[in-house]
Design a protein around this ligand. Structure first.
Ligand SMILES: Cc1cc2nc3c(=O)[nH]c(=O)nc-3n(C[C@H](O)[C@H](O)[C@H](O)COP(=O)(O)OP(=O)(O)OC[C@H]3O[C@@H](n4cnc5c(N)ncnc54)[C@H](O)[C@@H]3O)c2cc1C
Length: 350
């Protein structure tokens, strides 16, 4: 059995930044990640043209000061979301959408140059890939002789003095067996803790040209009547790659990929004209079908419910198990900023 001082479960933003901070303190860390992919809810895909598209986390603002601080430390540039031009708001399917313009004075939202995954890539290069073990799904955590024994789905075990889980709380208590059992009040709380964006469907349509901008549209669209509920221009910072990207109505998870794609292209063609049907590729991520993010709730849980709850502050299993992740932060929980804040909170206790 391998012996590690600290094990971090999950190589999303919170797990990676926690490891980064602990390493700076000279602490030996091993990150165990179930997926083949590193990044968790940060998932940037690259198109066949020069465009990168965010299937997960994208935007942040000036209020997200913990994230901004990290971008500054890691020297990662960011840019303002494009909103200039005519935006559309569709209230009813049988009435044309209302046109409006977003004022420049509105508090801006930003995107990371090159895509949010550059933040993940930079952290991985700082931590060292050798400290991250992917395809390692943790299924059990057991307290034994003042250590925690962490077991993965292949039966391999790892021993640590302390374990920091960054698995979203509802998923954690539904997918990992603890010995001894975690306190009932904690388990009940975790089951009622919302995983931010877990139910969402993100889509992106890649184009050769930004025809919407050429026709004086911003690419921003809100709809209460069609499949696309919210959408923005997703051109790269240097305007070399072009896409439209946003969220689909969550109810369309029951449709097939092809059915959703057809409806998206039809809606875009109605709003922006026939050029919208001349796309390079259509992409989507149905997050409720991602078992390493989403776990159905036992009862109705509202957006952000119990995020940042005070019970997440107390380590469990005789102060050896820390439950972390964006949802546990008491500043901007659920967001990238929350993931950073949670990492800072836990790392400060070491
Ligand atoms: C569609 C979408 C859009 C979003 N948009 C924004 C946005 O615009 N702005 C913003 O600030 N935030 C946004 N977010 C939220 C943001 O992505 C999260 O706050 C942040 O990425 C969470 O990081 P985390 O490390 O806490 O959790 P996660 O990224 O969920 O990381 C948890 C990790 O644990 C791993 N894991 C799960 N189970 C196991 C197991 N049993 N064993 C080992 N590993 C396991 C997972 O694979 C994952 O890598 C969005 C999220 C989604 C899904």
């Amino acid at each position: 059995m391998k012996k590690e001082k600290v094990i971090v479960i999950g190589a999303g933003l919170c797990g990676l930044y926690t490891a980064f901070l602990l390493q700076k303190k000279g602490i030996e860390v091993l990150i165990l990640e179930a997926n083949t992919r590193i990044g968790g809810r940060i998932k940037t895909i690259t198109g066949t043209t020069a465009v990168t598209m965010e299937m997960g986390a994208t935007w942040f603002g000036n209020q997200h000061r913990h994230l901004l601080e990290v971008l500054h430390i890691l020297e990662l540039p960011y840019f303002r979301q494009h909103t200039k031009g005519i935006s559309l708001f569709e209230t009813m399917s049988f009435v044309p959408p209302q046109k409006f313009e977003i004022s420049d004075s509105k508090e801006p939202s930003f995107r990371i140059v090159g895509g949010t995954a550059t933040l993940i890539e930079k952290l991985v290069s700082e931590i060292g890939l050798q400290h991250i073990k992917t395809q390692t799904k943790i299924i059990a955590i057991k307290e034994q002789n003042n250590q925690l024994i962490v077991t993965d789905s292949s039966g391999s075990s790892y021993s640590a003095d302390k374990v920091i889980s960054t698995i979203p709380p509802n998923l954690l208590v539904n997918s990992v067996i603890f010995e001894p059992k975690l306190p009932d009040n904690f388990t009940q709380l975790a089951k009622k803790t919302h995983t931010w964006m877990g139910e969402s469907i993100k889509f992106a349509v890649e184009y050769k040209t930004p025809f919407w901008k050429q026709n004086n549209y911003s690419g921003t669209l809100f709809s209460q009547a069609s499949i696309i509920q919210e959408m923005y221009d997703h051109s790269t910072a240097d305007n070399s790659g072009f896409a439209l990207k946003g969220f689909l109505n969550g109810g369309t998870a029951v449709l097939s990929f092809e059915e959703r794609k057809e409806k998206v292209i039809a809606q875009l063609t109605t709003f922006f004209g026939p050029e919208a049907s001349d796309y390079v590729a259509y992409y989507e991520s149905v997050w409720r079908e991602e078992p390493l993010t989403f776990q159905p709730y036992e009862q109705l849980v509202l957006a952000h419910q119990n995020n940042g709850h005070s019970l997440f502050k107390t380590p469990l299993l005789n102060e050896k198990l820390y439950v972390s992740g964006a949802e546990t932060a008491n500043q901007n929980p659920g967001y990238m900023d929350g993931a950073i804040f949670a990492a800072k909170t836990i790392a400060s206790q070491f």
